[in-house]
Ligand binder design. Sequence first.
Ligand SMILES: Cc1ncc(COP(=O)(O)O)c(C=O)c1O
Length: 369
Amino acid sequence: MISALQAPVRHLFGPGPSPVHPRVYEAMRQPIVGHLDPFFFQVNEEIRGWLQECFGTKNEFTMVISGTGSAGMECAVTNFVEPGMKVGIFANGYFSDRLTEMAKRHGAVVARLEKPWGQTYTDAEAQAFIQAEKPKLVAYVQAETSTGCYTPGDGICNAAHDAGALVIADCVTSLGGMPVRVDEAGIDIAYSGTQKALGCPPGLAPVTCSPRAVEYLRARPTPSVSWYLDLKLLLDYYENAHRYHHTAPISMFYALRESLAIIASEGLEKRWARHEANHEAFVAGLAELGMGMLVSEGERLWTLNTPLIPAGVDDLKIRKHLMANHGIEIAGGLGPLAGRVFRIGTMGYGSSPENVALLLSALKEALAA
Ligand SMILES: Cc1ncc(COP(=O)(O)O)c(C=O)c1O
């Protein structure tokens, strides 16, 4: 007899996946219905409405892609990049590099505005870059999980629209934990993932498109090279004719529905305030441990913290110690930040005063050890 799977319980304080709310786990145990069942489309409608709120948009064209955050990114790229198109990328971290790679694979001519990792852009810098390069499409990462830096993007969007360009924003680590402000900022295509501040397992990628982006999509002469991520086909499945496109991962839709219901019950602004307060308390506690932050105050994510590793401290030893002795997962830095920062998530269901206290006491003990 082979025994049933028993996964270990971890404290997930890395950059994602984040802890999952018990109500979300319960929702995933609900019976599966077919992917064309009216109940499924009812669940999908609820998801759409709550997602519009989290994104801060009235966009009718708001839906969920079956796949992780990278599928959301690839969906944005494959539907809006055409071969030979000039794409301007605000390059200040690991995920803007991934956007660059995807855009290039779709035949884009990429121009990048480089910034040291952990820094964001002034409106003047954004404007000068866009005026000089004249891209047709612009992309930036609102919540850069490799650095902990927040880019609100209003200046980028204004400059892009003045130049007649559409704007893609990666909101994977902001959605559900911080203001995303799609309509207010002027973002045309925003995507996210379920496993961060939404408090869900990984597996779905919410996407929203402005009327301007939809107009582009409808007028696009060639179909996107990806059949699976083709937004026009997906729209036919989810919204219009309910024509079969793929077998949607029903349990993940239940999970997302439940996490969004939890957010609606908590209240979005209260949830943001919770994330902000726990982030601030964590930063204050880190200072007491002698740890400064990579990102300047006012530009930090509330969902993902990047404390600087004190001189003489071995990044890997600390992380291994936290896992072995406390069951705590945190992450190290990527690329130029490897060995220089920790990446510690305070997001979704995991953002609580109790978890901040747990993290700080475990870090203190690990540093001493
Ligand atoms: C900012 C950002 N974009 C995209 C992704 C890719 O998401 P996934 O790993 O779910 O494919 C991540 C994942 O951490 C992310 O943090």
